[in-house]
Unconditional design. Structure first.
Lengths: 267, 282
């Protein structure tokens, strides 16, 4: 049951989107997010949607996988939409008790829901088409200049990639401890939320103890493999910008310009 | 085989602080020379100090008293630590807790990357190391999807890619099933034979020590027996007094001898043992 958790899940593939440099994809995602928040009207939303759909088609990621990513935040989307629906002023269409629905309310509710959904789907597309290790490499390279102001970029990237490496291991371990506790009569499924949270305690304590033990062993293993921080370290796989990356970045720039222009005309 | 010593320890002592006031002596005057290219097994049960000894061989622990020299370098010299660790690689018990990366080949590249080697050279070493341990076709797999034996072979490849002269394995098979255990033991024997890499295998499975060039038995932080496996195991009563077992073949001959036969206790392999018994009964 814990195995099908989707956290930074990567679908291997060899499409144009998979082959893009992770830095390009990170920048593009950032541009896409900024553009989403700049977009204010039908035309710019149509442009954004077209961009997202094209990217999904190119990546050959199944749309179902993207929608699956939406499920956990469905509640947030619905609440945001409802709040927007009732609390936006405009021409009143329906009124009952203290609530009123306006035409502007409907518009902003739909836009808000779309914006969050597209935001999530866009970022999921990034993690679906980029392996975690590429992602951390890309981040490390992109944030590289921050090293000058004493931000430990290499260490952060290393921590992130180790965290990703240990997620499946710790999930497996959680499953094992859960079974062991169940076999001794622990009950994780019934009771109210407080009772269930209490039931988690005998699960979390051994998990933490073992995580610390693992961390200690890993540190010794890394040291004995000559790890001594980021200084003087090389990388087997060098990131290289190719033609596709420049095309991708240009597309991103065009998208942003387009949306900003549309917004400035108030369309 | 060169006759030079790759590792020398002189009267090595080390103790752990277990309580506020109590110090437990883990190593009590270990003096040892390990010849380059040899296969040395260290046997002993929990608390005998064998893991503590292993951690001294690549400067993870520093001696409290005495000295450790790796290829002539003093391990207590801080400037030499990286070079010592490059020359003496270490494989640990739990394969899960020594793999760093999400992809097999990235993990093997971790050591060479730390050494600041050219990317194209790392690529070559990684491919070579993975081929040597027979894991080349798994180079793009995620480590958590491999079996224990496969993970441990990846960990060994990660060490080989640093081109060490010696590998110290600290109970590398303790968490593996019999198949994985056999895979790992075969891999390290191949590396020793074909690549000339010195192997120090620390274990509590006596069966894994039978094919070693030299067997060292540790008890309470001291070396209590040191010699060819066939010699060491022929001292059956002494071995048993350390709470260790002898191989099945030795046990069989020992029991037969108690019944009045006169068989050679040095017949360690199944083949030799069968020959010896056959010679008596025919």
């Amino acid at each position: 049951m814990l195995k099908d958790i989707t956290l930074g899940q990567y679908f291997p593939g060899n499409t144009l989107l998979h082959r893009l440099d992770p830095r390009t994809k990170l920048v593009l995602t950032l541009v896409y997010i900024v553009a989403l928040f700049v977009a204010k009207n039908y035309i710019s939303y149509a442009v954004m949607l077209a961009f997202l759909i094209t990217s999904v088609l190119v990546s050959k990621v199944k749309p179902r996988a993207l929608f699956k990513g939406l499920k956990p935040i469905m509640v947030i989307i619905i609440i945001t939409a409802i709040l927007n629906l009732f609390y936006t002023d405009g021409n009143v269409l329906v009124r009952f008790w203290v609530f009123k629905i306006t035409d502007a309310g409907i518009k902003s509710a739909v836009f808000m829901a779309l914006r969050i959904a597209m935001l999530i789907m866009g970022t999921f597309l990034l993690t679906y088409t980029t392996s975690p290790i590429d992602l951390t490499d890309g981040l490390e390279k992109l944030l590289g200049p921050l090293k000058k102001i004493k931000i430990p970029v290499h260490e952060l990237a290393m921590m992130m990639s180790i965290a990703l490496r240990f997620i499946p291991t710790l999930i497996e371990e959680t499953d094992k401890i859960m079974s062991a506790q169940k076999a001794r009569g622990a009950d994780f499924e019934t009771g109210n939320i407080f009772e269930r949270a209490r039931a988690m305690l005998p699960l979390l304590v051994p998990l933490f103890v073992s995580a610390f033990r693992r961390a200690d062993e890993l540190a010794v293993a890394m040291e004995s493999r000559c790890y001594h921080g980021g200084e003087g370290r090389t990388k087997m796989k060098q990131l290289k910008m190719k033609r596709g990356d420049y095309v991708g970045l240009t597309t991103g720039a065009l998208l942003l310009t387009c949306v900003i222009t549309l917004a400035s005309f108030g369309l | 085989m060169k006759d030079k010593d790759i590792i020398v320890t002189e009267n090595l002592r080390y103790s752990y602080v277990s309580d506020v006031s109590k110090r437990e002596l883990a190593l009590d005057g270990i003096s040892l020379n390990i010849k380059e290219g040899s296969f040395v097994a260290v046997l002993g049960h929990n608390g005998s100090g064998k893991s503590t000894l292993a951690k001294h061989l690549n400067a993870i622990l520093l001696p409290e008293g005495g000295k450790v020299y790796v290829a002539g370098m003093d391990s207590s010299d801080e400037k030499l630590v990286l070079e010592i660790r490059r020359q003496v690689g270490m494989v640990f018990q739990n394969p899960d807790n020594q793999l760093v990366a999400n992809v097999v080949e990235e993990d093997v590249a971790f050591g060479p990357e730390n050494l600041g080697i050219e990317p194209s050279e790392i690529r070559r070493r990684v491919d070579e190391a993975l081929k040597l341990v027979g894991m080349y076709e798994f180079r793009n797999h995620a480590p958590h999807l491999l079996s224990g034996g496969q993970k441990q072979r990846v960990a060994i490849a990660g060490i080989i890619a640093m081109r060490p002269r010696c590998i110290v394995l600290d109970e590398p098979t303790a968490m593996l099933d019999p198949v994985g255990r056999a895979e790992v033991i075969k891999t390290i024997h191949d590396l020793n034979r074909n690549q000339g890499i010195t192997v120090v295998l620390i274990t509590h499975h006596m069966a894994e020590t039978v094919d070693a060039d030299r067997l060292i038995i540790m008890q309470d932080g001291k070396i209590v027996a040191d010699g060819k496996p066939s010699e060491v195991f022929s001292r059956v009563e002494e071995i048993k007094s350390y709470g260790l077992d002898v191989p099945d073949t030795t046990e069989l001959i020992y029991e037969l001898n108690k019944e009045g036969f006169n068989l050679p206790l040095e017949a360690l392999s199944v083949e030799e043992c069968a020959q010896a018994i056959y010679a008596v009964f025919s």
